[in-house]
Design a protein around this ligand. Structure first.
Ligand SMILES: [Zn+2]
Ligand SMILES: [Zn+2]
Length: 333
């Protein structure tokens, strides 16, 4: 395959990833619409925005299927090309089977993140939900009602417009698991993210080790090449990368995807860990920034430095997520 075709294919995959991330966020869609406001005709803007928003605002399994397709594609390529080649290069079988173990654990947490009730607030459990957290009167104020469910809003809860329900300790709605992340399933979602990051990073490491071994054994680094003017050059790193790209196009493509995924999921996992250890939700983190900014704008002192009232220390914060209240077990769906 021609180098340029491969490069274009590579760029296309990266762009697709960026587009999917953009599709996940209403805010980014709005921002993009603002940028192209003067260029794109208004009727086209209207149709596109409606299509994207309606897609984002109703539960659907598009991203769950995409998630599974990507996972199958990565493991098919790993099993088909990399595993056998690594065995021939005498990599220890334990290191080669470890990704399957990580996949099994990750799939388990993924499944529970998808199917577990995140903490739906209903008439029957409302009184219990109201007693769990106190109102900080900054982000969460008492006597507020959800206009859709007509239920009083417990502190730290939020109505999910995608699932059309109020959720206790609402974090966010995740399209990849097609479920809200709330009081009862954050304990599955965090290990899911952690194992996904480990799996991507470990597969990237294994793939890079395989390619490095190929370069060392082939003596590519010690060689030289001639350019169009028949001038002799010592092998440079870009020449080695190009050679690897031409010899193992799918494996290099996979490595690029895994590195990108490790960075994206790694960054997001770190953010979620920070929220876990400080006892905040993504929803609260965004609202607090808004409150602090609003206070700064009007020049008031009271809320200019926001204090998180819900933190109970590292162990307490950890236990709150991984050992949540059990009253939802008697839920009314
Ligand atoms: Zn509601
Ligand atoms: Zn939801």
């Amino acid at each position: 395959m021609d180098f340029l075709v491969l490069f274009l294919l590579y760029t296309l995959v990266l762009l697709l990833v960026v587009v999917f991330i953009c599709l996940c966020s209403d805010h980014i869609v709005d921002a993009v619409a603002q940028i192209f406001h003067n260029v794109v005709p208004s009727w086209l803007q209207h149709i596109t925005q409606n299509a994207v928003h309606s897609h984002c605002q109703s539960r659907n399994i598009t991203f769950v299927i995409l998630h599974l397709v990507l996972e199958v594609a990565v493991f098919a390529e790993y099993s088909w090309e990399i595993l056998g080649a690594c065995l021939e290069l005498e990599f220890h079988w334990f290191y080669l089977l470890l990704p399957y173990g990580l996949l099994t654990v990750n799939t388990g947490f993924f499944f529970f993140s998808c199917v577990t009730d995140p903490g739906t607030i209903t008439k029957s459990n409302l009184q219990q939900c109201l007693q769990v957290y106190s109102y900080d009167e900054v982000v969460f104020r008492r006597n507020q009602f959800c206009p859709t469910c007509s239920l009083e809003k417990p502190a730290r809860s939020k109505h999910c417009r995608v699932c059309n329900r109020c959720v206790q300790r609402f974090d966010h709605h995740c399209v990849w698991v097609n479920n809200c992340i709330g009081a009862l399933n954050t304990r599955y979602f965090l290990p899911y993210l952690g194992t996904l990051m480990l799996m991507a990073a470990y597969l990237a490491l294994l793939t890079a080790a395989f390619l490095l071994q190929v370069v060392v054994l082939s003596g590519l680094m010690l060689g030289s090449y001639q350019d169009a003017d028949r001038q002799e050059w010592a092998t440079a790193i870009n020449f080695i990368v190009q050679q690897l790209f031409l010899t193992f196009p799918r494996i290099v493509l996979l490595l690029g995807f895994l590195l990108l995924l490790s960075l994206l999921v790694g960054g997001y996992t770190c953010f979620m860990l920070y929220l876990l250890l400080t006892n905040q939700t993504t929803n609260e983190w965004f609202k607090q920034r808004y409150v602090v900014r609003a206070a700064g704008t009007v020049g008031t002192q009271r809320h200019s430095t926001f204090k998180n009232e819900y933190s109970k220390g590292l162990l307490g914060n950890f236990m709150e997520v991984f050992k949540p209240n059990v009253y939802f077990k008697e839920k009314e769906m």
